[in-house]
Design a protein around this ligand. Structure first.
Ligand code: NAD
Ligand code: MN
Length: 358
């Protein structure tokens, strides 16, 4: 029997609540499948670790998870620690050195969930946003001098490389090609940013030639927000820079009903390093510790993890269980307008896995 070694890194806030729920659901799924198993290794990295040790994860932290088959991540973000320290000290400290350059973010309106776009005519929205996850605006290049003085200066330099843009464009075109509509929108801002974004557009056009069966267009990021809300049916697969896709995917999640249901995969497509799966939301300080965090975003991320591991039947079974549960409004957490707890939703998904005879 195949055993997958999974590094579970809950992090902070509701990250711990939803990752615990995700581990339970994955264990139930392995039991139901009978053909594979999980070994979960838990890492207590994050804000509390920082308060004890002065860093978010140990110096050799990456070596401890380098040989795992995948990483299940919760959230980095602690009420008493500045956000740039928690984010760069944990999530980006894994994504960047492990070269998880393709961040994939699917959006669908799940059964039983009401989209704020319900009055917009057209077919249900079904998008995948591909986020460049290794460079661009979050390259980490920059600096600050003369702190606190009137002459203080600060920069965050956006770095784009031909290699980096080419590989994310290829990834996105390939993904679009594998979807029924074969439709890709390249998000840009090359009107105002006249160097890197112009190269971004040029590389998109070059890579497009390798995919003659994919229809593609360009959208300027500000206009893209309007298109997502007013013409959602005109969109299928989307590729955007690190910053643009970060923002557009929170919008996409909200348009699908809640930030609490949206999943993401941070992929190293070449498999040189483990890939990382996480809900797109953060620590949600306003609801942490209350037992009402929506675990669906983590469960859906687990579906993506199973697909990545090659366990497609188990991935499909988990997605069916998720959809059976969202279809019942009595099992909606408060972010979806319901009264259910994380516990109740988790139990219901585990029950639906056991009851699935497909
Ligand atoms: P957030 O995603 O934590 O919360 C935004 C809003 O959505 C809150 O009202 C929250 O209650 C709600 N929400 C989010 N997930 C939910 C869920 N599963 N169920 C129900 N409601 C949910 O974003 P924020 O408030 O801007 O950030 C809080 C902290 O999290 C910050 O420290 C930030 O840096 C961090 N953060 C981390 C990540 C990450 O690690 N990937 C992502 C985003 C934010
Ligand atoms: Mn984000």
């Amino acid at each position: 029997m195949k055993t997958y070694r999974i590094a579970a890194i809950p992090g902070d806030g509701i990250g711990t609540e939803v990752v615990d729920a995700g581990v339970e659901v994955l264990k139930a799924l392995a039991q139901r499948a009978g053909s594979f198993d999980f070994q979960f290794d838990h890492f207590d990295w994050g804000g509390e670790y920082y308060q004890k040790h002065g860093r978010m994860m140990p110096e050799d932290g990456r070596d401890q998870i380098r040989n795992h088959h995948a990483i299940l991540f919760g959230s980095a973000g602690h009420p008493d620690i500045p956000d740039h320290i928690t984010l760069w000290g944990l999530r980006l400290a894994i994504c960047q050195p492990f070269d998880q350059y393709a961040n994939v973010r699917p959006t669908r309106v799940l059964p039983g969930i009401t989209s704020p776009l319900r009055h917009v005519s057209g077919p249900e929205l079904d998008w995948v946003i591909v986020r460049e996850n290794s460079e661009g605006e979050y390259s980490g290049v920059g600096g600050r001098v003369h702190q606190g003085h009137a002459i203080e200066a600060a920069t965050d330099v956006s770095i784009m490389t031909r290699a980096g843009v080419t590989r994310i464009m290829r990834f996105a075109f390939q993904l679009a090609q594998g979807r029924p509509r074969k439709l890709l929108t390249v998000v840009t801002k090359s009107n105002a940013q006249r160097y890197a974004m112009v190269m971004w557009d040029e590389v998109a056009a070059e890579v497009a030639k390798e995919f003659p069966d994919v229809t593609w267009d360009k959208a300027i990021v500000d206009a893209m927000t309007m298109r997502m809300t007013l013409k959602p049916w005109s969109i299928d697969t989307v590729v955007a820079t690190n910053l643009h896709a970060d923002i557009l995917s929170d919008l996409a999640a909200a348009l699908a009903g809640s930030l609490g249901i949206a999943p993401t995969a941070n992929l190293n497509p070449e498999g040189l390093f483990p890939s990382m799966f996480e809900p797109i939301h953060g620590s949600a300080f306003d609801i942490m510790g209350k037992g009402i965090a929506n675990p669906i975003g983590t469960f859906w991320s687990a579906v993506m993890m199973l697909e990545h591991l090659g366990e497609k039947p188990a991935a499909d079974r988990l997605m069916r269980a998720i959809e059976r549960v969202t279809a019942n409004p009595d099992l909606h957490t408060p972010d979806l307008g319901g009264k259910a707890s994380t516990r109740q939703v988790t139990d219901a998904v585990i029950g639906a896995i056991a009851a699935d005879n497909t």
